[in-house]
Design a protein around this ligand. Structure first.
Ligand code: APR
Length: 262
């Protein structure tokens, strides 16, 4: 391990221990070591098939059944089926377990994740807010009620909400779709409470999630970046851990336990 990295692990561990309300903002980079391609950068899903249009949600609202059928037709698309195959067989990696342990230690108060892969829960995290939804769930676009996918008999068109009669769709947030109000409010509340945000494996290019670290910094809080590559946030980070999160996160948790004598 380079001196620079061990120094960064030491600084990050001490700043986290000295903070009172630590939250995490997580992106696809955390799940890369679980075999799920990221979206941008080399080999990213959007790099390969192009970013979806920002009108996706409007197209869904304009013709829900047509959109639903098109989704079923696209299932065969090799890039999408590769991505879906990877996400279906993925297991949490050491990075997911390190975040779950930091939560268990009472240090990490909330994980705001952009990932829809459900791996935080599989790793044992509980204080999780999924800002872009969860692929194993369905959600009503009216009353925001949620169900596990297997609770619904899915047919030729999107089901109707048994509570309010609105359309039910995948819980994952489409491009152009507003983040569900209850989810966004929870994120803003957590950011307001936080004096330290750890930013894990995100290119910090998609808003509103990418605004959270800046807000914590503007309010005098700390920001620690865990990312193999430079991002637009690197210049405002108090500490940067420039290596795979499957290595950096467990190392920081191990050092925190030593510092706290746990
Ligand atoms: N360890 C640490 N960082 C990594 C690793 C790794 N093993 N692998 C990749 N990264 C970093 C990359 O350097 C990059 O900064 O993870 C980031 C992944 O960026 P994106 O692919 O843009 O993913 P993310 O930031 O989560 O995208 C945000 O965009 O497409 C939408 O809804 C989608 O939630 C997603 C959102």
């Amino acid at each position: 391990m380079s001196d620079e990295l061990s120094q960064a692990i030491e600084s990050a561990s001490r700043l986290i221990v000295e903070s009172t309300y630590v939250i995490a903002l997580v992106g696809a980079g955390l799940s890369a070591e679980s075999g799920i391609p990221t979206f941008r950068g080399p080999g990213g899903l959007w790099t390969r098939i192009g970013e979806p249009s920002m009108n996706g949600y409007q197209e869904f609202l304009a013709d829900p059944s047509g959109w639903w059928k098109q989704q079923q037709d696209q299932q065969a698309d090799p890039d999408r089926s590769h991505f879906r195959g990877a996400i279906e067989k993925a297991e949490p990696n050491a990075g997911h377990y390190a975040l779950a342990e930091l939560e268990n230690l009472g240090i990490l108060k909330r994980t705001i994740t952009q990932n829809v892969d459900n791996l935080h829960y599989v790793a044992g995290s509980m204080q999780v807010t999924e800002i872009h939804g969860n692929r194993t769930k369905l959600r009503c676009i009216g009353c925001e009620a949620r169900w596990h996918r297997h609770e619904f008999e899915l047919g030729e068109s999107p089901p109707e909400c048994p509570e309010c009669g609105s359309l039910v769709k995948s819980d994952t947030v489409m491009f152009g779709e507003p983040i569900p109000r209850s989810v966004l409010n929870r994120c803003f509340d957590e950011v307001d409470l936080s004096d330290c945000i750890i930013v894990v494996g995100t290119s910090a290019t998609v808003y509103p999630a990418a605004s959270f670290p800046q807000t914590v910094k503007e309010r005098g809080g700390l920001m620690i970046e865990f990312n193999s590559n430079e991002t637009p946030l690197s210049s405002i980070a108090d500490v940067v851990l420039r290596c795979p999160t499957g290595e950096s996160l467990p190392s920081v948790v191990k050092r925190i336990k030593e510092v706290k004598g746990l």
